[in-house]
Design a protein around this ligand. Sequence first.
Ligand SMILES: Cc1cc2nc3c(=O)[nH]c(=O)nc-3n(C[C@H](O)[C@H](O)[C@H](O)COP(=O)(O)O)c2cc1C
Ligand code: SF4
Ligand code: SF4
Length: 255
Amino acid sequence: MVFYFSGTGNSRFVAKGIARAIGQEAADITTYTKNAERPEFTESGIYVFVCPSYMSAPARAMTDFIEWAEFPSGIKAYFIVTCAASMGITPKVASELCEKKGFEFMGAAQIEMPQNYIALFTTKKVEENIDIIEKAENEIERLSPLIADGEKIECKKIGSVEYSVTRWVRDVYYKNFMKTKKFRVTETCISCGKCVKVCPLSNISMKDGKPSWGTNCTHCMACINQCPKDAIEYGKGSVGKPRYKGPETNNSVKE
Ligand SMILES: Cc1cc2nc3c(=O)[nH]c(=O)nc-3n(C[C@H](O)[C@H](O)[C@H](O)COP(=O)(O)O)c2cc1C
Ligand code: SF4
Ligand code: SF4
């Protein structure tokens, strides 16, 4: 089984590529998390967890899902993290989680994909993003046979100082900066409701024809990037920046 969490489509793209290559299904974890009932998976064997790197480790939406759901013990767990630059301390976070859940940790790998965090950074030009996605497809091709054969993926050791400092920064960031106060909508909004539909945490509702943000936000950047009118801004951070529309719209490769 291949599970994925994705804000702007990068991790979905990678998850579907891996699932296709290893002959399995790719499942969006939000189909479970939007439904409060705790899922219980009974199949043994290989599980692949694909999600973005958020502040140098797997997105909490994914690690929370793994903690919450029921899996058979002893499953072989692979972690594939999409990132603009680095998966950071993922190997240690993932191996600790596996220990806690009774999984066999099979390794973690990063796949570089286009930057989507436009509240803070700028995504590259479309042509550069196409190159990044093409390289990512090569990584999917390289990793998939290893996963299909149940081979371990080598990953670097994370030192204790790097681990503690990164965890601390990450905790502070999640607690204090992943907020929605800075989201606003401009007059170009056409009240289409797409932002409501794309939010993986159901955190947006329409009020008087305009989006209104709740407090359950993980800064996935789906709403701001996927608005068809680029009508959402995040403080001053996003003003004048190109939106990242996701891998399917940036190249000719279809899921
Ligand atoms: C909140 C947030 C934090 C991020 N932190 C990192 C990071 O620490 N390192 C990195 O290389 N990329 C980081 N990124 C970039 C994403 O990991 C990358 O664009 C990813 O492929 C997005 O996946 P998605 O389209 O499946 O949501 C971050 C993006 C967001 C939105
Ligand atoms: S997606 Fe954009 S245009 Fe559509 S309702 Fe949301 S903010 Fe308005
Ligand atoms: S409100 Fe926007 S940034 Fe926050 S989780 Fe929903 S789609 Fe993602």
